[in-house]
Design a protein around this ligand. Structure first.
Ligand code: FAD
Length: 287
């Protein structure tokens, strides 16, 4: 099913979806975790893509996830790729029966190797995909602004370009403060961006994970999270349980505000995401 249909206004349920990444080791462990998550009936599972163009392994894994009878959405970055390579990858994706794609620019690599880009920004990739395929297109959104953007407003002006180019749905960067998300939606709607906005949820698992995420992106970490990271610095199980509890509360509030969807950054582990989904079982319906 296409993103457009999945997030159609006629659906009364908050859409649940998962994100996984190609593992460094064998795929089997990840496929086992995806199988555990399958019981929660996700509308789809998305697979991240290396900005350096590590597409080979991704395509094999996409097929393996699809073979589990799961609707799969590849992420796709363009900053280090040529039009030719993107065209052949898109043909391969469409021919395999995949209907959706998350169109991204990707992070600019440090190396000097990729000097000649065919694509500078994600809006150019969105136009290209729209022109060449029938895929339904998701794009990234940043409730606190993209890290390269001077401010949230100018980032939203650039988001508009992706929407005008044909994006169907916006998937947000993870956030820990729901008010940032609600504020973002208000601004988007005021700016005339009316497509569904899906909330990115990442359960807290470790201090290292939070440090990594916040070094790469503008993400406010509320004091209560900092306090609990400190409190449980030698007790990873308790920190993980705190993370489940925190994300559960976040999700319940988002559902109450009729969020279009919750997209879980699972970090390739079923445990925390499945506990959160158990906790919000009774809350899944929009009110
Ligand atoms: P863009 O939309 O192109 O924006 C990049 C920056 O340029 C922003 O600051 C924007 O304001 C500005 N900008 C945009 N368009 C223009 C324009 N036309 N003119 C001038 N300025 C402009 N990365 C991966 O490598 N692989 C993944 O699988 C992956 N998955 C992700 C999933 C989600 C849900 C999110 C939120 C991010 C993901 N990323 C992934 C990270 C993403 O690649 C980076 O954040 C990257 O730096 C920006 O990608 P983008 O598509 O948002 O870029």
């Amino acid at each position: 099913m296409k993103l457009k249909e999945i997030y159609s206004d006629k659906k009364s349920k908050t859409v649940i979806s998962f994100e996984v990444f190609p593992p460094a080791d064998e795929n089997k462990k990840l496929l086992d975790e995806i199988n555990i998550l399958k019981q929660y009936n996700p509308e789809f599972t998305s697979l991240t893509y290396g900005a350096g163009g590590k597409g080979g392994k991704s395509f094999e894994l996409l097929q393996q996830i699809k073979a589990l009878d799961i609707n799969v959405m590849p992420h796709f970055t363009c900053i280090t790729s040529s039009k030719e390579s993107i065209t052949s990858a898109l043909i391969k994706i469409e021919q395999s029966g995949i209907e959706n794609i998350l169109a991204l620019r990707g992070d600019i690599p440090d190396t000097e190797i990729h000097k000649h880009f065919d694509f500078n920004y994600a809006n150019e990739l969105v136009s290209f995909i729209r022109e060449k395929t029938n895929l339904s297109i998701g794009v990234a959104g940043y409730p606190e602004g993209h890290i390269e953007s001077p401010d949230l407003y100018s980032d939203i002006q650039n988001l508009k370009k992706k929407v005008s180019a044909g994006a169907d749905v916006i998937f947000t960067q993870l956030f820990f403060d729901n008010n940032k998300f609600f504020n973002y939606i208000d601004i988007l709607r005021n700016e005339g961006i009316n497509i569904p906005v899906v909330a990115g949820i990442m359960p807290i698992i470790s201090e290292k994970q939070i440090q990594k995420m916040t070094s790469m992106a503008k993400i406010t970490v509320p004091a209560v999270i900092k306090e609990n990271i400190e409190k449980y610095k030698n007790d990873s199980k308790s920190l993980r349980e705190f993370g489940i509890d925190y994300a559960t509360k976040q999700c319940i509030e988002l559902i109450k505000h009729s969020v279009a969807g919750l997209h879980f950054f699972t970090l390739n582990k079923a445990y925390s995401t499945s506990k959160i989904l158990d906790n919000i079982k009774g809350e899944k319906w929009k009110i």
